[in-house]
Ligand binder design. Structure first.
Ligand SMILES: Nc1ncnc2c1ncn2[C@@H]1O[C@H](COP(=O)(O)OP(=O)(O)OP(=O)(O)O)[C@@H](O)[C@H]1O
Ligand SMILES: [Mg+2]
Length: 200
């Protein structure tokens, strides 16, 4: 067999092994969410977490020529676990970049009311057809199988988002964005000490 062909096969095997590792890790996360009670909550500053996620995803957004804009309000402190909130923000922002188009954009907005924090991730990407909307949080569900597989997707990211947000007493929803793209909204109750007055 030609050396080039062997190299190609080895590359394919490596990629497939990476994908299986990602699936296993995500299934473990989901199993933990199913079976273990939520760890005692700590105050998590969503702004800090969202900044970190955008920083981590900068190489990906640069590579596909998608701009990520941040509009993050202070004082969005929620009772949760920093790693969990990181996973939620990472999955949503990664999707918004992955399922976008070259030259497209992602807007991450964080706001709060007297009682809740709201994290919104909007994109100008390929969008999700209305008929697929009810199923996108299901395990292994992917709208465009070919595109998602090419992007290395397992179809588990949004299930993790939904289960994690639920575990912390919040809700996540998705809607079509006009004129194109998708918008995901996560709403979480604020940390007791943060409720009422607004941080400056
Ligand atoms: N922002 C988005 N715009 C368009 N389609 C999206 C968006 N987010 C998710 N999707 C669709 O929903 C499907 C499920 O998303 P999910 O994050 O659960 O899985 P994934 O991205 O395929 O894999 P991974 O487990 O690596 O996140 C995706 O395959 C994609 O088809
Ligand atoms: Mg995903």
């Amino acid at each position: 067999m030609e050396a080039d062909t062997v190299r190609e096969f080895v590359g394919d095997i490596g990629e497939e092994a990476d994908r299986l590792t990602r699936i296993s890790e995500k299934l473990l996360t989901l199993t933990r969410l199913d079976s273990a009670p939520a760890p005692s909550p700590e105050p998590v500053d969503i702004k800090q977490v969202a900044e970190k996620v955008c920083h981590m995803l900068k190489p990906l957004s640069d590579a596909v020529n998608v701009t990520v804009e941040r509009r993050l309000e202070e004082g969005c402190i929620v009772p949760a676990n920093a790693d969990d909130i990181y996973q939620v923000a990472f999955n949503l922002i990664e999707n918004a970049i992955k399922y976008n188009l070259p030259g497209g954009s992602v807007i991450v907005t964080l706001t709060r009311t007297e009682t809740v924090a709201e994290l919104r991730v909007e994109d100008t990407g390929v969008g999700i057809p209305e008929e697929d909307m009810p199923r996108i949080f299901d395990r292994f569900y992917r709208v465009d199988k070919a595109r998602s597989r090419a992007a290395g997707g397992t179809g588990l990211g949004l299930s993790i988002v939904r289960d994690t947000v639920r575990q912390h007493g919040g809700v996540v929803s998705a809607c079509q964005r006009s004129p194109d793209g998708t918008c995901f909204t996560v709403v979480l109750p604020l940390w007791e000490g943060e409720k009422g007055g607004r941080a400056l």
